[in-house]
Design a protein around this ligand. Structure first.
Ligand SMILES: C[S@@+](CC[C@H](N)C(=O)[O-])C[C@H]1O[C@@H](n2cnc3c(N)ncnc32)[C@H](O)[C@@H]1O
Length: 288
C-alpha cells in the first residue's frame, strides 16, 4: 500500500463507524479493500484511494466501512449471557414491569441475527410467564448486508451447528434444501434495521435491556465512552446492559456499574446529566 493510503482509509473508517484500525491491521485492510476495489471495477487499492481522494460518495464510504467490520457471531454466543437473561433479568422484569407488561430489548450490534434470535428463543421458552405481555426486540447493525441477512433468518448447516441446541433447531427452524429458516413465531418479535452506534439513538426509544456485545472491542477508549454514555441515555433507572466477555466499563464510564455475581451485566447509575433520570421516567411512561 502506498504511504499515506493506510491513514486515509483508517481515518475514513474511524469517522464513519468508530472502528479503530492500528497499523498492524494494514494487511487486513489491504485484503478486505481489494475486494471493494474489484467490485468498483478498479485494478487495485491505489485506484480506490485515488477515488476516495477525488470524491467520497456515501455508497463508497459505506462499502469501505462495511468491508472493515468483523461480523463473527453465533447462536447463544458464550451461553452465560443468555442464562443470565433468562434467570436473572427476566424475573426482575416480570416483577418491575408487571403494570405496563411491556419489555423492550435492543441488540445494538446484531450482525447476522444470531443474538436477537437467541433472545427470542429464550423468551419463547418462558412464554407461559409472558402471556399477555408485549415483547419488542430491536436488532440493529451498521452493516446493511448483515441486517438483510439477519432479517432473512436463513442459516447454513455450519451456522446452526455453532451453539444452537438440536431441540431448538428442530423447534424454531424449518429446513429448505441446505438452509435452515427461522420460523415466524420467533421473527414476529424482532424489528431489524441499520443503525450506526456513532449516531444519536434518541429516535429508537427506551430499552429495558441492551445487548451491546463484542463491538466495543473495535473502538478506542474515547469512542467506547461516548457509545456507552449514549446507551445509558436510552435506558430507564433500572435498565441492564450486557457487554461481551472482553469488554468492560471499568475506566471507560461511570454511567454503569457492575452487578455482583452477574459478570458481563451492568446497571445504569445516577451519574447521567442533571435531570436525565426524570426525562427517562417520563419517556418510559409515554412508551407504555
Ligand atoms: C463481532 S460482531 C458482534 C455480533 C454479536 N453482537 C455477537 O456478540 O455475536 C460486531 C458487529 O458490530 C457491528 N458494528 C461495528 N461498528 C458498528 C457501529 N458503529 N454501529 C453499529 N454496529 C457496528 C459490525 O458490523 C458487526 O456486525
Amino acid at each position: 500500500m502506498r504511504e499515506g493510503d493506510f491513514d486515509l482509509f483508517a481515518k475514513l473508517v474511524k469517522t464513519k463507524s468508530g472502528i479503530h484500525l492500528t497499523p498492524d491491521k494494514a494487511y487486513l485492510l489491504e485484503s478486505r479493500l481489494m475486494s471493494v476495489a474489484r467490485q468498483q471495477g478498479m485494478k487495485n487499492i491505489d485506484d480506490l484511494a485515488d477515488a476516495v481522494r477525488r470524491q467520497q460518495t456515501p455508497a463508497l464510504i459505506s462499502d469501505i466501512t462495511e468491508a472493515m467490520t468483523t461480523n463473527e457471531s453465533s447462536f447463544f454466543r458464550d451461553q452465560r449471557p443468555f442464562e443470565q437473561f433468562r434467570n436473572f433479568v427476566l424475573p426482575r422484569l416480570l416483577q418491575s414491569r408487571r403494570s405496563s407488561r411491556l419489555i423492550r430489548i435492543w441488540s445494538a450490534a446484531c450482525s447476522s441475527g444470531q443474538e436477537p434470535y437467541s433472545m427470542a428463543m429464550v423468551l419463547h421458552e418462558e412464554q407461559a410467564k409472558l402471556a399477555g405481555w408485549k415483547i419488542e426486540i430491536l436488532a440493529t447493525d451498521i452493516s446493511q448486508e448483515m441486517v438483510d441477512k439477519a432479517r432473512r433468518g436463513e442459516y447454513n448447516q455450519f451456522e446452526v451447528q455453532r451453539g444452537l441446541p438440536i431441540q431448538m433447531l428442530v423447534k424454531h427452524f424449518t429446513q429448505e434444501s441446505d438452509k435452515w429458516i427461522v420460523k415466524d413465531e420467533l421473527r414476529k418479535h424482532i424489528t431489524f434495521k441499520t443503525f450506526n452506534l456513532m449516531e444519536d439513538a434518541g429516535t429508537l426509544g427506551i430499552f429495558d435491556v441492551i445487548f451491546c456485545r463484542n463491538v466495543l472491542i473495535y473502538f478506542d477508549g474515547p469512542t467506547k465512552t461516548q457509545v456507552l454514555e449514549r446507551l445509558s441515555r436510552r435506558m430507564p433507572d433500572d435498565g441492564l446492559l450486557f457487554l461481551g466477555g472482553a469488554e468492560t466499563i471499568i475506566g471507560v464510564t461511570d454511567r454503569f456499574k457492575a452487578i455482583r455475581e452477574q459478570r458481563g451485566v451492568f446497571e445504569v447509575t445516577a451519574n447521567g446529566p442533571p435531570g436525565s433520570n426524570v426525562l427517562l421516567k417520563q419517556h418510559a411512561v409515554a412508551t407504555v
